[in-house]
Design a binder for this molecule. Structure first.
Ligand SMILES: NC(=O)c1ccc[n+]([C@@H]2O[C@H](COP(=O)([O-])OP(=O)(O)OC[C@H]3O[C@@H](n4cnc5c(N)ncnc54)[C@H](OP(=O)(O)O)[C@@H]3O)[C@@H](O)[C@H]2O)c1
Length: 289
């Protein structure tokens, strides 16, 4: 029999993940702060809970995927919280990007309730979430991962077990710092050639035949050239992740000069943005600064 699955947070990532769980035939209970976002899923067969607590109380495996640490803390420790409903023997999987410290705090709270926890942030974007091809970076025990793998396989394609709780978030923060820097470097190179009188397309052509080639550039270069910043991975979330990476560096007594510069540049673009934009909008830096 398939386990009962719960999912809290039906944003850009959570909604397609929920759809894939439903399509795979898992009995699914969901909760979202803005209730209207759950209506379509209800028609597709999901059960609506009226609190995070009701989700975990109904589930053997529960995913959380919300914006940031305060949102996750609210769900886990706020009113009618997910931790209050957590079943003994169940597994909580957090796929939000938060700090490793928060991940370890959640693991302790789950253990106190006789449940297991995996910090399991993802990469692959909304495209990967829709295709059920996310890549998971996981902190926790192998035995727990083995137990939930059939559920994870419906939303993801690769699962990296990176160490004890917190390790998944550590790797995710380092990875997003690299992505933020790559796209910022791309934006700077494109602006430089444009100002110096060469079309950006020519730079991309050369880049694609060089060591500088990277899949993220395949996606973000056309967006920058077309000035299409429809959010796929919103800049506000990338800025949050750079901030979390900088905090982690500070906790470890480490200076990250490029990270600090990225934090400043992404902050300036976010402050000037009038709408939610993708992080490729770092290319708007020169319009605003
Ligand atoms: N988008 C991507 O490409 C991507 C890729 C990898 C990882 N991630 C990570 O995945 C997580 C979710 O990203 P997303 O793109 O799905 O974000 P999103 O579209 O902004 O959705 C955020 C979700 O968090 C909920 N939320 C925010 N504040 C809350 C609060 N105080 N209490 C309860 N719920 C709250 C929102 O509820 P409402 O609907 O009520 O606003 C929504 O369900 C983030 O940690 C992000 O960094 C995203």
């Amino acid at each position: 029999m398939k386990p009962n699955v719960g999912l809290i947070g039906l944003g850009l990532m959570g909604l397609p993940m929920a759809r894939n769980l439903l399509k795979a035939g898992f009995p699914l209970t969901v909760w979202n702060r803005t209730r209207s976002k759950t209506e379509a899923l209800e028609k597709e067969g999901a059960k609506m809970a009226n609190s995070p607590r009701k989700v975990t109380a109904a589930s053997d495996v529960t995913f959380t995927i919300v914006s940031d640490p305060p949102a996750l803390e609210q769900i886990l420790w706020g009113e009618q919280s997910a931790l209050a409903g957590l079943r003994k023997g169940s597994v909580l999987i957090d796929s939000s990007t938060v700090s490793p410290t928060l991940a370890r705090r959640i693991a302790e709270a789950c253990a106190e309730r006789g449940a297991d926890f995996l910090d399991a942030p993802v990469t692959g974007g909304t495209w990967g979430a829709e295709k059920g091809e996310l890549v998971f970076m996981i902190g926790g025990k192998k035995e727990v991962l083995n137990r939930v793998e059939p559920v994870l396989r419906t939303v993801g394609k690769r699962f990296f077990l990176l160490g004890p709780n917190g390790s998944g978030q550590t790797v995710k923060l380092a990875m997003n710092l690299i992505l933020a820097l790559e796209v910022q470097a791309l934006a700077e190179g494109l602006e430089l050639v444009a100002r110096a009188g060469v079309a950006g397309e020519r730079l991309i052509e050369v880049l694609q035949s060089s060591m500088g080639r990277a899949p993220v550039l395949d996606v973000k270069a056309p967006a920058i050239l077309k000035r299409d910043f429809t959010p796929s991975f919103p800049l506000r979330l990338m800025l949050k992740d750079i901030g979390l990476a900088m905090e982690l560096a500070k906790e470890n007594g480490l200076r990250l000069p490029a990270g600090a510069a990225a934090h400043e540049a992404y902050s300036a673009v976010k402050a000037a943005a009038k709408a939610d934009v993708d992080y490729a909008a770092i290319a708007n830096y020169w319009q605003k600064a």
